[in-house]
Design a protein around this ligand. Structure first.
Ligand code: UP5
Ligand code: MG
Length: 228
């Protein structure tokens, strides 16, 4: 179609590799909007609100069934079923993050799409997504967007573990048991996504074990347009 597609850069790397930290720097220098899938999911839990259509699916279906009947108790019932669905979804996201598991694509993609629309920008750093093949395929199918490139932060586990354990931001998944699970999921499910994009020549790999400003020097060079 003729509509101009937004520019998307996927920012991937293990837990604690510095995705969020470097994205903040990139935003300052290069005018991107930073969307952390993990932050969006945590905000969703915090607000206890509901993403997109799920609410209306939950509320709408029972209402439709009760349609025409006009009994108030039906409407009250569907309302409570709706609220139940919302709380159920929030609890599900919360549990999955606590276990280091990957939340179903449709939830994450809806949040990302909404944030993209709300931003008014056309350049995005999508941080911490896609985390598995299914995430990747679903995002491409739903949005028809392919990333310009993938920024990949390569960092040894010991260093990532050290960073997460000293972060102290009260994240429910920043404990040693969950960290181990996050590492496992990263190796088994997320690295294959990096390999997929690498086979298409789209990965820009950065040594993320260095100090923050040294990492950013390398990142900056990747984002700076080269004169031909
Ligand atoms: N720090 C950063 N860079 C440093 C450096 N070069 N030297 C020394 N210290 C450095 O950094 C971590 C800490 O290290 C900070 O204290 C920082 O100051 C310091 P940060 O920039 O926060 O690293 P980041 O890679 O963003 O780490 P984060 O923990 O956010 O990565 P995760 O990938 O684990 O977390 P995310 O928020 O993306 O996902 C959390 C969970 O949400 C997932 O486990 C999953 O359950 C769920 N999720 C999904 O299900 N689907 C998604 O699409 C996304 C998330
Ligand atoms: Mg992060």
């Amino acid at each position: 179609d003729s509509e101009k597609k937004p520019t998307v850069v996927f920012v991937l790397g293990g837990p604690g590799s510095g995705k969020g930290t470097q994205c903040a720097n990139i935003v300052e220098h290069f005018g991107y909007t930073h969307l952390s899938a993990g932050d969006l999911l945590r905000a969703e839990i915090k607000s206890g609100s509901e993403n997109g259509n799920t609410k209306w699916e939950c509320l709408g279906l029972p209402l439709l069934k009760a349609g025409g009947v006009g009994i108030h108790s039906y409407q009250a019932l569907s309302f409570f079923i709706g609220i139940g669905c919302i709380l159920h979804l929030i609890t599900m996201i919360q549990n999955m993050i606590k276990e280091g598991k990957i939340v179903p694509s449709e939830v994450t993609i809806k949040l990302l799409q909404k944030a993209m629309q709300d931003s008014g920008n056309d350049k995005f750093l999508i941080d911490g997504f896609p985390r598995n093949e299914e995430n990747r395929a679903a995002f491409e199918a739903v949005t028809k967007i392919e990333p310009a490139f993938v920024l990949f932060f390569d960092c040894p586990e010991e260093e990532m573990e050290r960073r997460i354990l000293s972060r102290n931001q009260g994240r429910e998944d920043d404990n040693i048991e969950t960290i181990r699970k996050r590492f496992k999921v990263f190796l088994e499910s997320s690295l294959p996504v990096v390999e997929y994009y690498d086979s298409k020549g789209k990965v820009r790999k950065v040594d993320a074990a260095k100090p923050i400003d040294e990492v950013f020097e390398v990142v900056k060079a990747i984002f700076t347009p080269k004169d031909e």
